[in-house]
Write a protein that binds this ligand. Structure first.
Ligand SMILES: N[C@@H](CCC(=O)N[C@@H](CS)C(=O)NCC(=O)O)C(=O)O
Length: 209
């Protein structure tokens, strides 16, 4: 267990939906940092949410964590919290102005183009929801091309070292094929996914289709 996690503390409570990529990125970070956590699988109808859940997550979304009374929603905010709070000596969120800004740029892409592209394509196919698939597919292909091009220049999204940008973007890219978006045209993306999957304590998200 991470030596920075106080022995007196309880495991971090992690509220999630199993099939959510936003939740998986949090689980991946918890695992990479070797932190103790307890999964609380929420019902889709909200019936087993804690009474104060909407105070932490006003949009009623997952993921949410409760770290011994510190409650936080939003997957990217949670990644920032975990690596700042439980720094394992590695610069998951680099300090320099340039690299910190690049990392933030990818967190914005994860919350923007990634969420409205491959995540929506997957959602539509996994949950059988009608969408304007052609438009989402076009956005996704454009994003994947941009990511592949970035990864032709360096090993990870912000440079040659892994950061939380990679963790934030990993899941919905890796699971794009569940949205009928092939990764075959993107050799650099495939190599990048393999590097992340080779990390000690990597945990996968279950395939949904
Ligand atoms: N910006 C949020 C987005 C989270 C999100 O979209 N969660 C989805 C599951 S993937 C959710 O809770 N959907 C249920 C809802 O919106 O009611 C984050 O990064 O955590």
């Amino acid at each position: 267990m991470n030596s920075h996690f106080p022995e007196s503390n309880n495991p971090i409570k992690f509220y999630r939906f199993e099939a959510s990529g936003h939740c998986h990125r949090v689980q991946l970070m918890l695992s990479l940092l070797d932190l103790p956590y307890e999964i609380i699988e929420l019902n889709r109808d909200g019936s087993n949410r804690p009474d104060d859940y909407l105070e932490t997550s006003p949009f009623g979304q997952v993921p949410v964590i409760d770290d011994n009374g510190f409650k936080l929603g939003d997957s990217n905010a949670i990644l920032v919290y975990l690596v700042k709070k439980y720094n394992d000596g590695y610069a998951w969120l680099p300090e320099s102005a340039e690299l910190a800004a690049r990392t933030q740029r990818w967190l914005s892409i994860a919350a923007g183009e990634l969420a409205s592209g491959p995540a929506v394509a997957r959602f539509s196919k996994v949950f059988n929801v009608e969408i304007d698939f052609a438009t989402v597919e076009k956005k996704t292909v454009s994003l994947l091309g941009m990511i592949d091009n970035t990864l032709s220049q360096h090993d990870f999204l912000t440079g040659n070292e892994i950061t939380i940008a990679d963790i934030a973007c990993y899941t919905y890219v890796a699971h794009a094929p569940e949205g009928d978006i092939s990764l075959d045209p993107y050799p650099n993306i495939k190599a990048w996914l393999s590097k992340i999957e080779a990390l000690p304590r990597f945990v996968a998200m279950k395939k949904s289709r």
